[in-house]
Write a protein that binds this ligand. Structure first.
Ligand code: NAD
Length: 487
């Protein structure tokens, strides 16, 4: 069966999901489909009352089910059943997502959804393996480090990989014994609602995952400032991350995981496999049209091979073919909105005014929907807007170096430190760079995640605080209590 579909025929779960019930709401934020610009639905906006109701429902679900206190293996089994159902319903989930987002339906089923199910199973397995500890004390005492869930965790996710980002937050928080109040991006809300409905169908207690829809200033602020939300897990822009820190500081104190923006370098030495590097680099800026936090948007290449490598990357960038997200064969995504496309274009223009030269691209595509041409800019220095700003679009800059020191200096960004790529065949240099690069991830001779979910992801500098994925993400959803007993 083809996954392609007619976008006018897909029913969407429009409403907040509280206690397993879909709560429809009037009005909201008008949405347009990125693939054709057609208006299709209004996203409801939850106010404080609705957020309160969702928190109360989550607390009641925790109490009634004793989710945090049951035999941990019960949580493992329940989450595995949910992952199984997500896979079984992948086509429906993918269509809901593809309709409103930039993710093509084919990539969703084979990639985002399959990987999300796998990651939920990965986190489910931690439930009965990671616990507290005994402290070394004298014979007259027993010291225990107890590990406990927080209670209700608040999660806020962006629009660029809505299902994956929801999975990154829900998997570890639920496995660790918490309930979650999730606010997806107002641009791409409905796949999260459907995922939570699937959780109820799979047997997870209703109310364990509640989803409130809405924007950042209204719903997000109500969620992060809510006194009964014990921890906040956020993925989005550095600007919104700062606003959340401010709100949390103003309304109380609670732990936060913040996965924020990036402006990641890819450094290529002359001794690298250049064909492999060209494929990885072009892929990283055209995948999801560059709308990825870890997109490797700054190419820093050794001067002697710069021309050859740039030509190879150019060829690959020019070869992309745009298509609507509801066509199963589409590879190249639209930009999420007209506003975001205009922002990309504005930065590209400013980059050219500041001395940059577009070797390809630099314009909106002549195609229905919000597509933007893959763009390659040379002649940029460290103060050029295309180097300074996170563009969040298919734009690659090229800078050259002659020495390792120069390469390192160019790779360092004043604001961000999310990911980095290194292409070389020199092992000693690999280790030197892995130690010195200021980023939470260093990919060597590749530029993409693998399915090794044990590797945590997160940023240095203003790219964030804490990690998603890996053991760290699970432990970040538990807190410890020291118990000292005099015997
Ligand atoms: P955004 O910051 O505009 O919005 C993200 C989410 O935060 C949305 O749900 C939004 O409604 C909410 N929000 C906005 N302001 C808020 C506030 N004051 N209080 C509470 N919630 C608020 O980001 P976006 O445009 O949706 O996504 C793109 C950004 O996300 C990029 O900067 C990208 O780098 C980043 N991102 C980071 C990672 C990572 O793992 N580090 C992953 C994906 C995306």
């Amino acid at each position: 069966m083809s996954l392609s579909f007619d976008p006018d025929t897909i029913p969407l779960p429009v409403g907040h999901l509280i206690g397993g019930e879909l709560i429809p709401a009037e009005g909201g934020i008008g949405m347009r489909r990125p693939s054709d610009g057609k208006s299709y639905v209004a996203c409801p906006v939850a106010g404080i009352d609705m957020v309160d109701r969702a928190v109360e429902s989550a607390k009641a679900a925790l109490k009634a089910s004793n989710w945090g206190g049951v035999r941990p293996r019960e949580r493992t089994k329940a989450l595995q059943a949910w992952a199984d159902l997500i896979e079984a319903e992948a086509a429906t989930l993918a269509r809901i997502e593809a309709l409103s987002s930039t993710r093509p339906v084919g990539q969703l089923v084979a990639g985002d959804i399959a990987i999300t199910a796998e990651q939920i199973r990965f986190f489910a397995e931690f439930a009965d393996k990671e616990g507290g500890d005994l402290a070394p004390t004298d014979d007259g005492s027993l010291g225990m480090i107890m590990s406990e869930p927080y209670g209700v965790v608040g999660a806020i996710t962006p629009w660029n990989f809505p299902i994956s980002m929801a999975g990154w937050k829900l998997g570890p928080a639920l496995a660790a014994g918490n309930a979650v109040l999730l606010k997806p991006s107002e641009m791409t809300s409905f796949s999260a609602v459907y995922m939570a409905q699937l959780a109820v169908r799979a047997g997870l207690p209703a109310g364990l995952i509640n989803v409130v829809l809405g924007d950042g200033p209204t719903t997000g602020t109500a969620l992060t400032g809510h006194p009964e939300i014990a921890k906040v897990s956020f993925t989005g822009s550095t600007c919104a991350g700062s606003a959340i820190m401010e709100n949390v500081a103003r309304t109380g104190v609670k732990p936060m995981t913040l996965e924020l923006g990036g402006k990641s370098p890819q450094i290529v030495f002359a001794d690298a496999d250049l064909d492999k590097a060209a494929t990885a680099i072009a892929g990283s800026v055209t995948f999801n049209a560059g709308q990825a936090c870890v997109a490797g948007t700054r190419l820093i290449v050794e001067k002697s091979v710069a021309e050859r490598l740039t030509a190879a990357i150019l060829g690959k960038m020019k070869a992309v073919r745009p298509g609507p997200t509801w066509d199963a064969t589409t590879q190249y995504s639209p930009i999420i909105s007209e506003g975001q496309r205009a922002r990309i274009d504005g930065i590209v223009r400013a980059a050219v005014e500041a001395g940059g030269e577009c070797l390809t691209g630099g314009h909106a595509m002549d195609h229905a929907g919000y597509f933007y041409e893959p763009t390659l800019i040379t002649g940029v220095d460290q103060s050029n807007p295309a180097i300074v700003e996170e563009i969040f679009g298919p734009v690659l800059t090229v800078q050259t170096f002659e020495t390792e020191e120069e390469a390192l200096a160019l790779s360092s960004h004043s604001t961000y430190g999310l990911a980095s790529g290194l292409f070389t065949s020199d092992l000693s240099r690999t280790i030197r760079f892995a130690r010195k690069l200021e980023a939470g991830t260093v990919w060597v001779n590749r530029y993409s995640r693998s399915r090794d979910h044990i590797l945590p992801t997160g940023g240095y500098k203003r790219s964030g605080i804490g990690k998603d994925l890996g053991r760290e993400a699970y432990l970040a959803n538990r807190r410890t209590k020291s118990v000292l007993i005099s015997l």
